[in-house]
Design a protein around this ligand. Sequence first.
Ligand SMILES: CC(C)(COP(=O)(O)OP(=O)(O)OC[C@H]1O[C@@H](n2cnc3c(N)ncnc32)[C@H](O)[C@@H]1OP(=O)(O)O)[C@@H](O)C(=O)NCCC(=O)NCCS
Length: 172
Amino acid sequence: MTMATDGRHQPPRIVVQEISTRDEMEEVYLIRDEIFVHEQALTNDARFDPDDRRSIHFLAYLDDKPVGTGRLTILSREAQVAWVAVREPFRKHGVGQAVMTAILERARDEEADYVVLNAQSHALDFYRGLGFDTLGGQFRMGGISHQVMLLGLTSGGGDEAKRLFGASRLGI
Ligand SMILES: CC(C)(COP(=O)(O)OP(=O)(O)OC[C@H]1O[C@@H](n2cnc3c(N)ncnc32)[C@H](O)[C@@H]1OP(=O)(O)O)[C@@H](O)C(=O)NCCC(=O)NCCS
């Protein structure tokens, strides 16, 4: 919490930005390291991902401190989301939702038909709250249970998203 000049407590101010500098990318990597390498042991390298170069990266600041991140990759009409994370002490304050809102807004600007991500099973309700639906069964990645989730951005909604996603994977 921050203190206003009149002494009253203000709710924390969340600002989400698309990054544009190497220093900001380093902040993204620091958050990924903290959560995916050290907290979850999902991977031992959260810094080398070949899709990073062609992706849009987001940083969330809480009272000017970088506390969350997420990545959007646009592949034609498909938007992929990955590496969504909020530093543990700052969870459940709306930071993750703010990151995803910024990502989804950019995906809409890019005219993506749908958004797809591999959700960790503990975070399914977080993504459901943003309108995502699960697709298929659970699978393990990095020792953690995951499930594919989809969000349709066209007027056809989730059904259309499932059809387009299925067609893209079949190459039709
Ligand atoms: C998942 C994660 C990004 C959520 O971030 P967060 O800042 O805590 O989320 P928010 O505070 O914006 O929560 C938004 C809503 O989702 C809910 N929510 C958040 N995390 C949740 C969880 N793990 N399970 C169920 N609901 C959750 C919140 O209660 C809130 O609901 P409300 O709007 O009804 O109050 C965060 O827990 C995290 O970084 N976890 C570790 C890394 C990780 O698992 N990333 C996801 C990889 S797929």
